[in-house]
Every structure is written in C-alpha cells, then in structure tokens.
Design a protein around this ligand. Structure first.
Ligand code: GMT
Length: 387
C-alpha cells in the first residue's frame, strides 16, 4: 500500500508510535511517506520510507503562520503525486482536519485517498474536548474513513466525550523487540546504588513531583539514584522539589534523549505515576528491556501493566503505597529478577511489533474497501441533531 503518516515530530508518545509504525510498514514492503514540519527524531532512513517536509510560510500579516493549511496542501500534493491509498493522521489535533482538507481538495474523482486517524490520548481528553477545539475535532473524526484508539479506556473516553456513533477500533501501541530487549541490561546491584528512571514531557498529567517524593522515601531505606529524562513545564519545579527534599545530589535531569533503550536497560525500576495515561508507551518500552515498572492504577496503564507481573499498580498520588511497592521490589533480589523476566515476557507476548503492525495493515485494507457514502458526511450533533 501507499501510505502517508503525519504526526507531532517532537519527543512524545504519539510521534514515537507514528514513526515506529512508518518504519515497520516500510520494512514490510509498503511505500511510506512521512509528512511533518520537522523530521521526527526517531525516524531512521530505509528503503521505501520518504520524508516530506512541510514548509510553514511566514508572512508579515500572519501573527500565527497557518501550519494546518500548509500541511493540508503538502498532503494533497503528495497524495496526488504518489497516488496514495491512505493518509494516516496521528493525534487528531490538527492532523485530522488537514488530512480531510487534503482529501476534499483532491476530490473523490481525481484521487480517492482514504483518511484514518489514530487517537493517542490528550488529543481527546485535554485538547480535542476543550471548547476551543471540540466541534472541529468531532467533525473531523466523523469525516474519517477509519478511527483507531490505543486502548479500550481511550476508546470509551472518546465515545463519551464526543458522543460518537461508533467507538474507535482499538489497536494497542507496540514495541520493536529487536531494539528494546534486555541483552546487556544492568543486573541486580551488588553494592552499587539502584537506579530509578522516569521519562516524560513534564506536563502536570505526569505528576513528576510524585516521582521525586517517592524517590526521597525510597532513599530513606536504600542507596538509590534517579534519572529524569525529558523536558517540559514542570521540570524546573521538580528540580526545586528535589533540592528541597535533599535528594538533588542523587537526581540527574538529563533532558530529551533520542536513544532510550540503553537508559531502560541501565535502570532497575521505571516510574510512571501519571494522573492517567491512555496507554503509557514508555512503560511498555521499559518492560521490553526487562525493567519492572511502577505505575498508577488509572486509565489505559491498567491495560499495559498487570499488577505483580513485571510491574506494580498503585493508586494515583498515594506516595506511601507507591514508595512501599518500589521498596518491596527493589529490596528483594529474587522478586526483582522474577519481575524483570516477567516484564520482558509480557511485553513481548502481548505488544510486540510483529503482532500489532499486521492489525494496522488489516485495518487499512478494511478502510480501503469502505465506500465513500459510509463516511459520516453530515455535520450532525449529539444523537444526529444538527449542532
Ligand atoms: O504523554 C503525553 O502527554 C504525550 C502524548 C503524545 O501524544 O505524545 O502521549 C499520549 O500518547 C502516547 C502514545 O499513544 C500514549 O502512550 C500516552 O499514554 C498518551 N498520553 C496520555 O494519555 C497522557
């Protein structure tokens, strides 16, 4: 198939999933066109994978350059030139609207490209359902030939938040087990400190202060260090909290990293203590590398981590329970070894790329067989009324 993929190219789960999917599809023989304003950081050249840069035209009249129009224009250009079968938007805002515009521009008779969107999480829970985006987000989702979501939890939230007639099809996120594996990983420490790891965009939903608080409790009982990867609005405050709690000497904030697999392998526990995650891709990557995960029992993380099988789930914000769980696994060598093995086995058995990518291929085939009239063409409001 000939498939275009658009995503947010910066560090973040949706861009990572879109990039990994693009590379996997190209490796499986499809022609793949990645269309973004910046080259996604994980994109590695290979045969059949093409990157198209979207130029965002600046003009003194524009206070805000119209990215979404430039993207639509580029999508239409590539779709016509390459005779694309599918444009696959990752993260609904704004990629879905641009893809729908591109499709409308080409007209069904000129080149009937199909549009699908994968919903990732905050595009539904925070951004898309915000008053400033809700109508356009709902309209563009209804205009798609196919919608997928990365967990059952997200699919349910989408139907509730947008009153959609049908739920998105759930296709879980995946991990490339050839790159994310435990070979060469750190064993149970023999006199050295334990290493705890967190990686995120440091937004409020990640609750990074809880990470620091749990780490401080852990350090009261065992020698440990904390590595914080990523960048975002609450990074500075998290650094201040680490200083206030007296653990800043043992905490490193190292910014965004393109290569994550060795960081997972060098760690003994991965922490993801978010308010919610629609999925929690970093937790899956850590598990595939044999690193047990401590997560919160909310949202889609409950579909990625099975409690006591390579990871532990505890209530959001319960610092006492979270710290206890971290210490229980770290202080017991046999338990840690067992959880490390189970983490790897569960990630491989359930979410390996080789199992999930064929689900996208089947979904594309299904969408290509769909007739135009099967798409919701009416701008209808809740339960079919006109908004
Ligand atoms: O975690 C973020 O805030 C970034 C966001 C993104 O779009 O990059 O992540 C979302 O998509 C990831 C990939 O599908 C999921 O693994 C994350 O759980 C999801 N984040 C949230 O739901 C908060």
């Amino acid at each position: 198939m000939k498939i275009a993929i658009s995503c947010h190219p910066s560090h973040g789960g949706s861009g990572v999933v879109a990039t990994e999917l693009a590379m996997a599809l190209a490796d499986r023989g499809h022609e793949v066109h990645v269309i973004c304003h910046t080259r996604p950081f994980r994109l590695v050249d290979r045969p059949r994978l093409h990157f198209h840069k979207v130029n965002i035209t600046a003009y003194p009249l524009f206070k805000y350059p119209p990215h979404d129009l430039c993207l639509a224009n580029k999508m239409a250009e590539v779709a016509a030139a390459e005779k694309l079968d599918i444009i696959h938007a990752h993260y609904a805002v704004p990629h879905t609207v641009s893809a729908i515009l591109a499709r409308e521009m080409l007209c069904v008779c000129e080149h009937p490209v199909k549009v699908v969107t994968t919903l990732h999480g905050t595009d539904i829970t925070l951004v898309g359902s915000h008053d400033d985006f809700r109508r356009v987000c709902r309209w563009s989702m209804l205009k798609c030939h196919g919608l997928t979501g990365v967990s059952d939890w997200l699919a349910e939230r989408t139907v509730q938040a947008f009153d959609l007639p049908d739920p998105p099809q759930v296709i879980a996120n995946f991990v490339d087990c050839d790159r994310f594996h435990p070979n060469g990983r750190a064993g149970y420490p023999d006199g050295q400190p334990f290493r705890l790891l967190h990686a995120s965009n440091f937004r409020p939903v990640k609750r990074v202060f809880d990470i620091i608080r749990v780490f401080e409790r852990v350090r009261r009982e065992i020698d440990a260090e904390l590595v914080m990867i990523g960048d975002g609005p609450e990074r500075g405050l998290a650094q201040e909290l680490a200083a206030e709690l007296g653990v800043c000497r043992y905490t490193q904030f190292i910014g965004n990293q393109a290569e994550m697999s060795q960081a997972y392998r060098d760690s003994h526990l991965y922490l993801l203590l978010s308010e919610y995650e629609s999925f929690g891709l970093s937790a899956l990557e850590a598990m595939a590398c044999g690193t047990p995960v401590l997560g919160t029992s909310s949202g889609g993380l409950r579909e990625v981590i099975v409690n006591e099988v390579g990871g532990m789930l505890r209530p959001v914000g319960d610092i006492e329970a979270l710290s206890r769980a971290a210490l229980d696994i770290l202080k017991d060598a046999d338990n840690w070894q067992c959880q490390s093995r189970q983490a790897r086995d569960f990630a491989r058995a359930t979410f390996c790329m080789t199992k999930i990518v064929p689900q996208y291929e089947a979904f594309y085939r299904q969408v290509m067989e769909r007739e135009e009239h099967e798409v919701h063409t009416q701008h209808s409001g809740p339960r079919g009324t006109t908004e």
